[in-house]
Design a protein. Structure first.
Length: 458
């Protein structure tokens, strides 16, 4: 029986463990904080639970246009009990962790609590315990990057892992960093009732996302009262008597009650014995892996945020599965990042998969695209949805679907149809001839396909 030891119990680790157990391996997972890792306990699950509350809050505030009049909402803001919200979030995270641990136990997987390190490629140490392994998977994740001029104190200067211990809603929240994480929290806390200032080092928020989508979201942010300071960086953040003072690179200063730092991630690869065992680390300390999750040492694999490969829970889980399929002799397809779907959980949501419109405009792919605004969709009109669109991209002559972008309510759910099309190399004709419910937001996906089907290639 093959002995597999997995260091890290997040999505990359526990999904790999389930696959390895299914294939008959003897599996041990070593986790220091709790099964689910930071994804479940401090990052993804808690943040999306917070966003669920903030989205409901926005619906309540904007319900009058639907003829719903709730006493107080017209003259006073909706009151949010952040202590109650945070307690719920922590309960949900713990419950998810316990459910996942129970699943591992049911499948016969041993869970060891502690910090692990490689003694050599086939021996993992946890304290005084030594475990022999035929296959090792490193799935240790990452943690928030901190700046020496803005050291978090957990009270006023925060990383997102401090947010769920706040007893009061930040009155004036300054969010430093306008990538996905910064945009999500800025959107959420604005909806919850905070006065939010978002500091962006680039010309627009979310610079790595579709430009049209980012523009829509930035307009929504500002329309709802957010202050967006672009093309400037936070040089320092210091405590004041009443809150924080942020000094920007252009000389301006911003005062707030709290500051949330969202300036990147650092891999958890220190003190694991990786380099001593021959595992090569790349720039920033990330573990170097190939498309089947192999490191530079035979028998040692890596998955998830510690590899720096598209830092999403879904990618971590797939990397972990691929690692076990490969290590245990199953047929496996290498990781294909062009089929990865991602979502920014703002309100509205932004979801994307595959090739981008920039790929078409730059000539990297020979394609064409169409963009349909959601405000023409009948279901959107019924729900007073005025912001958002569906964008579909296909190959110029064959019509094979290469990618898509959706901005709107539940875009994270709507993108699945486009993801299937990209993964299975369906054409716009295939989508156009597929029934969609009327009325539905997904109807805009089939309508976009019909537009591309009828369009004459240049």
């Amino acid at each position: 029986m093959t002995k597999v030891v997995i260091i890290g119990g997040g999505p990359g680790g526990y999904e790999a463990a389930l696959v390895a157990a299914q294939l008959g391996a003897d599996v041990t997972v070593v986790e220091r904080d709790g099964i689910g890792g930071s994804c479940v306990l401090t990052d993804c699950v808690p943040s999306k639970s917070l966003i669920a509350t903030s989205t409901r809050t926005t619906y309540v505030r904007e319900s009058q246009s639907l003829g719903i009049h709730i006493p107080g909402t017209a003259t006073a803001p909706v009151r949010v009990d952040i202590d109650e919200v945070n307690n719920r979030i922590k309960r949900l995270a713990q419950a998810q962790s316990e459910d996942t641990r129970a699943r591992l136990h049911k499948e016969g997987i041993e869970v060891v609590t502690g910090e692990a390190r490689l003694v050599d490629p086939h021996i993992v140490a946890v304290g005084d315990q030594r475990m022999r392994a035929d296959v090792v998977l490193i799935a240790t994740g990452a943690h928030p990057r901190e700046l020496p001029t803005a050291e978090p104190d957990g009270e006023r200067i925060l990383t997102w892992r401090h947010l769920y211990d706040l007893e009061e809603l930040p009155e004036r929240l300054i969010v430093v960093g306008s990538g996905v994480t910064g945009a999500e929290f800025a959107s959420a806390y604005q909806s919850l009732g905070s006065d939010v200032t978002l500091v962006s080092s680039r010309e627009r928020v979310m610079p790595t996302q579709d430009a049209d989508a980012a523009e829509v979201l930035e307009e929504v942010f500002m329309r709802r009262g957010m202050t967006v300071l672009s093309q400037t960086r936070a040089e320092s953040v210091v405590r004041t008597e009443k809150g924080v003072l942020v000094t920007l690179s252009d000389g301006r200063t911003v005062e707030g009650s709290h500051c949330l730092m969202t300036v990147g991630m650092i891999p958890n690869t220190e003190n694991l014995g990786l380099e001593e065992a021959g595992v090569r680390l790349g720039q920033g300390g990330f573990v170097e892996v190939d498309r089947v999750s192999r490191t530079t040492v035979p028998g040692v694999y890596a998955a998830g945020d510690c590899t720096g490969v598209n830092m999403l829970a879904s990618v971590a889980a797939m990397q972990g599965r691929i690692a076990m399929w490969h290590a245990l002799g199953e047929a496996v397809s290498p990781l294909k990042l062009s089929t990865v779907a991602s979502t920014v959980f703002t309100h509205p949501e932004l979801a994307a998969v595959g090739a981008s419109e920039d790929d078409v405009r730059s000539g990297r792919i020979d394609g064409r695209s169409v963009t349909l605004p959601l405000n023409t969709n009948p279901r959107a009109k019924m729900n007073e949805v005025t912001d958002g669109f569906v964008k579909l991209i296909c190959r110029q002559h064959t019509g094979i679907v290469l990618g898509g972008v959706i901005v709107g309510p539940r875009a994270s759910e709507l993108i699945l149809g486009v993801s299937i099309a990209v993964q299975q190399r369906l054409t716009v004709d295939d989508i156009a001839h597929t029934f969609s419910v009327y009325p539905s937001l997904s109807g805009s996906v089939t309508e976009a396909a019909r537009s591309l089907m009828l369009a004459s290639p240049e």
